[in-house]
Design a protein around this ligand. Structure first.
Ligand SMILES: NC(=O)c1ccc[n+]([C@@H]2O[C@H](COP(=O)([O-])OP(=O)(O)OC[C@H]3O[C@@H](n4cnc5c(N)ncnc54)[C@H](O)[C@@H]3O)[C@@H](O)[C@H]2O)c1
Length: 272
């Protein structure tokens, strides 16, 4: 049910690849709540994925942009300004990639060229988009910028590999840029730390099925779905959260605050 929480607002959604992508769900939910959006992804993802389908559903223009390319991002923001006839109100950064994970390099045997590429795509790209938006002054006062993170930024999950460092860096950018953007334009910058979710990026993590089930059993409310994540994003893009900034917000059914659950204890009891 829509309450038009984003009526009159305009935004850019990065990272919808296919219908399993978290960004796909966020795009649909934003439009359901009255927003106008532009969709963007890396040129190769636009060729491989199914974003044109989403573009039709959302009545949204698709603009290719490699999020690591300053010139692509500048072009994208200028197109958005023209398309919307003015400034934007929100941005979703839903981008992650580790070449070490893709190439199955162990954390104790990282390739540093891969590491630098993954850091650029997964984290530095967030600084790039914020810096360009700031310099072009493209976001309205009280606008909202969100990036998606994972709890491996705070706690160790061995198979998450160098994505753990990428997420720590990403969350730090939200705090640091949140200060400057808050001071100048009252623009909010936050990260959402989402439960494991079955998507192309998620399934790339070794042992993802077991990982997903474990989190589901630990979390008192179970894992948060991508649909729920989309609703949370809408609330953070809306005017109801205008003073929330520089936060890493756990959206995980309680996982981050739970030591152990009765479900997991019972599993061990039955195997003893
Ligand atoms: N799936 C999970 O379990 C989970 C949990 C917590 C956080 N996250 C985070 O959510 C975000 C979205 O991932 P997802 O799970 O929806 O997977 P996904 O594979 O659908 O999305 C990742 C996106 O990143 C895009 N991308 C990669 N390189 C890019 C580049 N150079 N420029 C622009 N875009 C680029 C891909 O094309 C893709 O659309 C990521 O930051 C991910 O780390 C995912």
């Amino acid at each position: 049910m829509s309450h038009n929480l984003l009526k009159g607002k305009k935004g850019i959604i990065f990272g919808a690849l296919d219908s399993s992508s978290i960004a796909w769900k966020v795009a649909l939910k934003c439009v359901e709540h009255g927003a106008e959006i532009i969709l963007t992804n890396a040129p190769i993802a636009l060729r491989m994925g199914s974003i044109s389908e989403l573009s039709k559903l959302c009545n949204a223009k698709v603009v290719p942009a490699d999020a690591t390319s300053v010139s692509d991002l500048e072009k994208l923001f200028k197109i958005a300004k023209k398309e919307f006839n003015g400034k934007i109100d929100f941005i979703l950064h839903s981008i992650g990639m580790s070449l070490n994970v893709r190439k199955k390099r162990e954390y104790t045997d990282l390739n540093y060229d891969f590491l630098m590429k993954g850091l650029d795509v997964s984290a530095v790209s967030f600084h790039k988009m914020l810096q360009i938006a700031y310099k072009l002054n493209i976001i309205n006062d009280y606008g909202s910028v969100i990036a998606l993170s994972y709890i491996a930024a705070q706690r160790t999950f061995p198979d998450y590999n160098d994505m753990a460092e990428n997420k720590s860096y990403l969350e730090s950018i939200a705090r640091s840029f949140g200060y400057h953007y808050g001071k100048r334009n009252k623009v909010r910058v936050n990260t959402i730390s989402q439960s494991p979710t079955f998507t192309t990026a998620g399934k790339g993590v070794v042992g993802f099925d077991a990982f997903f089930e474990y989190a589901n059993k630990i979390s008192p409310m179970g894992n948060a779905s991508s649909d729920d994540c989309a609703k949370y994003c809408v609330s953070l893009f809306s005017d109801y959260t205008r003073m929330v900034t520089m936060q890493n917000l756990f959206h995980d059914g309680g996982f981050s605050k739970t030591g152990v659950s009765q479900d997991v204890i019972d599993m061990f009891k039955s195997s003893i």
